[in-house]
Design a protein around this ligand. Sequence first.
Ligand SMILES: [Fe+2]
Length: 439
Amino acid sequence: MTPSRPTRRAASSSAAVHARRLAAFALGAAFAVGAGSAPAACSETFPKPLAVAEDASAAPKPRPCPPSGVSKGPWALAPKADGVTLRWEACRAATDGAVRYRPEAGGPDATAAATESSFEITTDYGALDPTTPHDLPGTWFMREAKLSGLAPATCYAYALGADAALGGRFCTSRAAGDKLRFFAIGDTNPTLGPTAKLIERVVPERPDFTIHGGDIQYYDSTLETWAAWFPRMQRLLSVGAFLPAIGNHELEKPDEYSGYTLRFFGGAGFDGTDGYYRFSSAGIWFFTVNTERPMTPGGEQAQWLAAKLEDAAKQPGYRFSVVWVHRPFVTCGDTDDNLSAKDALEPYFTKHKVPLVLQAHMHGYERFTLPGRTYVTTAGGGGALGDVDKAKSRAYCTDRAASGRFFHGVMFDVDGATLRGRAIDETGTVRDEFTIAVP
Ligand SMILES: [Fe+2]
C-alpha cells in the first residue's frame, strides 16, 4: 500500500455509497444486510461499453463519507487456530481503529487496534445505472487489525469502535477431527440480484468461512462497482472469513488487481502469495492457486502446491486437503477445460489425499465423480448463467454426476469420515446433495 496524496477528480451520485448497514449488530447480537437488484448480464463474453462506465464528468463532487468514516466492510481473512485478520476501508484518515470482540458463547470483551495505510486510487469507475455508487479516486485508508492469542475452535463476534453497528463474526480454526461447516461460491455479480437472495438463504447456517472461486466483482457487467459490491455482500462477509481465489474478472481494469482485489483481500492465507495460498481448519488444508497465471508442470505454482501439500500432510492431525481454483480443470460447459494442469497435479492430489477440487468460471453447477476425487464447479454465485452443456461431448462428461444452469452456492459439512455437500439455490432449494468419504 502506497502512502500518497489524493488527486481527486471524481464525480458520482452521493446517496448510495453507504446506503446499507449491517442492521443491528452489537456484541451479542446478530447480523443483517442490504440487498440489491438490477437487470442481468455477465461473463467473459460481455460487450464492453466501458466508455460509459468510466466517468468523464468534469464536475467534481465531494466524495461521500459516512459519519463513522467506514466506507467498506469489515471482513475477516486468514483464520488460524489463534488469530484472524480483520480489515475495512475508511474514507478519511484517523478514524477510530478499535475493534471489540468476544466469544459468541460469552466471555469478556477484548479490544484490538487497527493499523492504517493510505492508498491512492486515480481512476473513477462507474456503471450504466446512475444510481450505482462509483469507485472514486482519491486517498482511501485501509484499516487492519491482526487479532492474536485467540482460543482455538471458537467463534467470535466483533464490532468496530467507529460504529458498533458494523461488525461480524469469525471462527478460529477447528481442531483436527472436529466437525466443520464451510461455504463455497463463485462468480458473484451481486448487482444483478440473485447473489443477495442466495446469501440470505445460506448465512443462517453460519459457516465458519467462505471460499470464493474467483470473479468476485464484475465491472464488465457494466452494472457493478466495488462500492456497490460491498453492501450487497456484507452479510456473507460478516458471517465468517472470506477467502477468494483469483479469477479473470479481478483483472478487468489496469489497476483493479492492485487497487481493489489485493487491497481488499490480499494476505488471505498464512503463507504463499496473494494469488496462491493455503489455510487450514479441522485437520483439513485448503489450497488455492491462481489460474490466471501459468499452471505448467514444474512451474512456480505447481511446485508450491506440491511442496505445500507434502508439508501439510506431515502436520499433526492432517486429514485431507481441498483445492479450489477459478478456471476449471474439467467442465462440460461453455468454457475451456485444463486437462494438462489436471494431469500434472493429479499425482499430488492422490499422494496427499485431495478428495475434493472446487472450480468456478463456467457459470453453472457441475459435479464430476472422477477416479480418486470429486470435482465440483460452483460458479452460479450471481453472474449471468452460461450453457452448462455446450461441451458435453468431452470424454469425461460421462462421469458428470450432476449439473444445472442455476444460481447457487455449496454448503459443506465435514462430520467424521463424511464430507457432505449441498448445492443451494437462491430460493433455498437444495439442487444437488452428495457425500464423499474422507480420511
Ligand atoms: Fe471467470
